[in-house]
Ligand binder design. Structure first.
Ligand code: 13P
Ligand code: SF4
Length: 347
């Protein structure tokens, strides 16, 4: 169905109200009314397909702003989106994020058809550890409780006792009865966890595997020192996938959702966001009075998502866009994620 000129104009104005604030655009676009007009036919088409198919679109905050503000039903961090996937009751879930997030949605909503815009949207953390490698590690530490970060494959989740996200890792591990924890696959988050537990006076041994996030492991304390000198009063906001040196030098460390809340509720002249640039785009829209000094980086996997690929995945998904999981793995992975919901702090 071809949209009328009037419908396109109304849609362009709707998009413009949010996107006009975005300066940190991954493709360097200027979000004026003309740019919004150019994508309006596509967002109209996607929103129509969504209604026809009983679909919901979940978008992680790192994907491009036209997805987040043009077509997403829910936008946020991994924890929030897994809750939404679990309660969605939708026939179709399109996950604009990366594959491990879509797998999590399939684990929690097995009746839904879960599709990804681009099957190559991996994650350096999830890709760093296979189920077989975890089985070998478990054999070395048979008495350890196995905690997996949600940035892991379904098979790794199936081999783990409990899943965590960046927003609840410290709380959940602190309250586990075991002293010895095998934490996979993020070595840097594991080190930050060790530091945080020490600060809280909690005695635990944290053993990690060797994955890192290709975006967050690149920030350095030097970036922070230089920025602080140039921008007095600056607040430095970091993700727990950053190195411990960076986490120690930051003013706040938390999940992308918590980072957004921190910025929105803190009065500071400038912010340095040590995370993926998509989060800065979201804050420019939702906290337009705040000033960001740059420094963020792009995740090449998140940036594989696009409106065109979302439209195709809804209209006629290719087999590679549809998430399927062996049922025994799905069931075991579901237990590990449900354990997280039981142990996570209640909002
Ligand atoms: P959040 O759950 O904090 O959004 O983190 C997801 C992620 O992939 C960070 O790199
Ligand atoms: Fe994975 Fe890092 Fe990209 Fe997050 S930012 S999806 S952890 S590679």
């Amino acid at each position: 169905m071809i949209a009328t000129d009037d419908a396109i104009e109304i849609e362009a104005e709707r998009l413009f109200r949010s996107l006009m604030h975005v300066e940190c655009d991954p493709r360097g676009r200027t979000w004026n009314l003309e740019t919004c007009r150019s994508i309006a036919p596509l967002t109209l088409e996607i929103n129509r397909l969504k209604r026809e198919q009983g679909a919901v679109i979940l978008a992680h905050s790192y994907v491009e702003p036209e997805i987040i503000y043009g077509v997403a039903d829910f936008r946020g961090d991994s924890y929030f989106l897994s809750l939404k996937a679990r309660e969605a009751k939708a026939r179709v879930i399109v996950f604009a994020g990366v594959v491990f997030m879509a797998e999590t949605a399939k684990i929690l909503s097995p009746e839904a058809r879960v599709v990804v815009p681009d099957r190559d949207s991996g994650c350096s953390l999830a890709d760093s550890l296979t189920g077989e490698q975890l089985r070998q590690l478990k054999a070395l530490y048979p008495d350890a409780t196995v905690v997996c970060y949600i940035n892991s494959t379904a098979e790794v989740k199936a081999e783990s006792d409990v899943c965590v996200t960046s927003g609840n890792v410290y709380h959940i591990v602190e309250h586990l009865p075991a002293r010895r924890i095998l934490f996979v696959p993020d070595r840097l988050m594991g080190q930050n966890l060790r530091d945080e537990l020490r600060k809280r006076g909690v005695d635990k041994e944290i053993i990690t595997s060797d994955g890192t996030c290709t975006v967050h492991d690149e920030f350095s304390p030097g970036d922070i020192a230089e920025a602080r000198e140039r921008f007095p009063g600056l607040k430095v906001v970091a993700h727990p996938e950053c190195t411990p040196d960076v986490a120690r030098a930051a003013d706040f460390v938390g999940s992308t959702g918590a980072m957004m809340t921190y910025v929105k509720t803190t009065g500071a002249p400038y912010y340095l966001m040590l995370t993926e640039c998509g989060l800065v785009g979201r804050l420019e829209v939702e906290a337009p009075e705040k000033a960001f000094i740059g420094g963020c980086r792009l995740c090449p996997y998140m940036k594989l998502n696009s409106l065109e690929k979302i439209r195709d995945a809804l209209q006629a998904p290719r087999p590679d866009q549809v998430i399927t999981l062996p049922e025994d793995i799905r069931l075991r992975a579901a237990r590990c994620i449900e354990r997280m919901f039981e142990l996570a702090p209640k909002a």
